[in-house]
Design a protein around this ligand. Structure first.
Ligand code: ALA
Length: 403
C-alpha cells in the first residue's frame, strides 16, 4: 500500500497551508475542503449569483444548469437510476426528518433501528412514537458493536414499515451488512433507509446494488460545504409522498384556494437553495472521484492499522468496536478507565494542536445504555498523514502517564 496519499494531496487544501502544525483528526465530524470546492463556491458568488429555476436571464440559466449538473453527478456517484431521485437537503438529519414526516406512519406501525444510531436517526422516531404512537424496535449489536443476524431477524414482522439504520457508525467506524439487511426487510414488506453520512465519504455507495429505498448523507463530511446534504429515494416513494416543507419552487401552480405540487425532486426543495453549496458539493464529488474512493478506503485502513498497532501495548485504553482495524474503517474510538474523554481531548489540543472529538458523539443512547461516560475519537481521511497519526499516538502515550 502506497502510504503517501495524504502528503501528495495536502497542497490542495489551503487550510493545511495556514495550519501546518495542526494534526486534524476530527474528520467524522467535519472534513476539510480542497481548493476546487472553495473555488466552485467562489465562482458562484463572484460570477453567477443568480436563482435557479426562476428568472430566465443568462445568470439564472447558468445556475439552473449547474444545479442540474450536480444532481446528475450525485446520481452517478451513488448509482441512482434517475436524477429526479436526488433531493438536495441541508444535511443527513433533514433527509431523515423528511422521510419520517412523509411516510404517513400511523399508530402501531413499527420502525426498526439499531442500538448505535446517531441522534439524527433516533430522535425523529422517538418523536413519532410520542406524537403518533408508532413502535420503535432497537436491534442489539454484539459486545464488539457488530451486526448479529438473529437480533435483526427477531424484530421483523408484518408490522415493520421501515428499517432505518446507519451504514457506517460514527461511534466506532463499524459497518452493517446493509445489502443483507435490505433483503430481509423487503421480504417482510418493509422499506429501508440507510444513513450513509459516514460511509459515502470513505467508500461511496451503490444504492441500486444495495436496493435501499432511501439513503441520506451530508456534504460536510465528504470535503463539501456545510449546510449541504442529499436524500436519495426511489422515485415511486418520493412521488407518493405528499410534500414536507412546502412553499416557493415546490409548486406548479397555486390559487387562493389550492396548489399543485411539482414532481420530485422539486416538490421537496422549498425556497431558495444553497446554490453555492450545491455547486461546491459537485466539486467535492469530482475531487473524491479523481482520487478514487477505493484508494481512499485502502489508505485510511493503512493509517488505522498504524494507529491501532502503535497503541496496542496501552493496557488502559478501552477500544470501542472490534480490535481488528479493518472492521473500523477510518475511526479509532476509545476511553480510558479513570480518565475523562474531554480532558484528554483538551490536553491533546493544548499540548500538541491535535484535534479529536470527545464525549458521546451524538450517540448518547449507546453510552447511556452501557454506563460509559464518553470516548475520545480520532477519525481519519484521505489527507491525513502518517506524521499526524504518529504524533497523536505519541502525545496520547505521554498523557496516559499523567492522568
Ligand atoms: N456525526 C458527527 C460526529 O460524529 C457530528 O461527530
Amino acid at each position: 500500500m502506497d502510504m503517501s496519499l495524504g502528503t501528495q494531496i495536502r497542497a490542495d487544501f489551503p487550510f493545511f497551508e495556514r495550519h501546518r502544525d495542526f494534526a486534524y483528526l476530527d474528520n467524522a465530524c467535519m472534513s476539510i475542503r480542497p481548493r476546487p470546492v472553495l473555488e466552485a463556491m467562489t465562482h458562484y458568488y463572484e460570477d453567477l449569483s443568480g436563482c435557479a429555476g426562476r428568472s430566465n436571464h443568462r445568470l439564472a440559466q447558468a445556475v439552473t444548469e449547474k444545479i442540474d449538473e450536480v444532481r446528475g453527478s450525485v446520481q452517478r456517484f451513488i448509482h441512482a437510476k434517475k436524477a429526479s431521485e436526488i433531493v438536495f437537503t441541508r444535511n443527513t438529519t433533514e433527509g431523515i426528518n423528511l422521510v419520517a414526516n412523509s411516510l404517513g406512519l400511523v399508530k402501531g406501525d413499527v420502525v426498526v433501528i439499531s442500538d448505535k444510531e446517531h441522534n439524527s436517526n433516533l430522535v425523529p422516531w422517538l418523536y413519532l412514537r410520542d406524537r403518533v404512537g408508532i413502535e420503535l424496535r432497537v436491534m442489539k449489536t454484539s459486545r464488539t458493536n457488530e451486526y448479529v443476524a438473529d437480533n435483526f431477524e427477531s424484530l421483523l414482522d408484518e408490522k415493520v414499515k421501515l428499517v432505518s439504520v446507519v451504514q457506517t457508525s460514527n461511534l466506532d467506524g463499524v459497518s452493517f451488512p446493509v445489502e443483507e439487511m435490505v433483503q430481509k426487510a423487503h421480504e417482510i414488506g418493509s422499506l429501508v433507509l440507510v444513513d450513509a453520512a459516514q460511509s459515502i465519504p470513505h467508500g461511496g455507495i451503490d444504492v441500486s446494488k444495495l436496493n435501499v429505498d432511501f439513503a441520506v448523507f451530508s456534504g460536510h463530511k465528504m470535503m463539501g460545504p456545510t449546510g449541504t446534504g442529499v436524500l436519495y429515494g426511489k422515485y415511486k416513494w418520493l412521488d407518493a409522498f405528499s410534500g414536507f416543507m412546502v412553499g416557493g419552487d415546490t409548486v406548479e401552480r397555486t390559487s387562493y384556494e389550492n396548489f399543485t405540487l411539482l414532481p420530485p425532486p422539486e416538490k421537496f426543495e422549498a425556497g431558495l437553495q444553497d446554490y453555492a453549496g450545491i455547486i461546491g458539493l459537485g466539486a467535492a464529488i469530482d475531487y473524491l472521484e479523481q482520487i478514487g474512493l477505493k484508494q481512499i478506503r485502502e489508505y485510511e485502513l493503512g493509517l488505522n492499522q498504524l494507529l491501532t498497532e502503535s497503541l496496542e501495548d496501552q493496557s488502559r485504553i478501552q477500544l470501542i468496536g472490534p480490535t481488528d482495524y479493518r472492521l473500523r474503517g477510518s475511526i479509532y474510538s476509545f476511553y480510558v478507565d479513570g480518565g475523562d474523554s474531554h480532558q484528554i481531548a483538551l490536553m491533546l489540543d493544548q499540548a500538541a494542536k491535535i484535534m479529536v472529538r470527545s464525549g458521546q458523539h451524538c450517540v448518547h443512547s449507546w453510552f447511556e445504555g452501557r454506563g460509559i461516560a464518553g470516548s475520545v475519537r480520532a477519525s481519519l481521511y484521505a489527507y491525513t498523514t502518517e506524521e499526524e497519526v504518529i504524533r497523536f499516538c505519541s502525545e496520547l502515550k505521554k498523557i496516559l502517564t499523567v492522568i
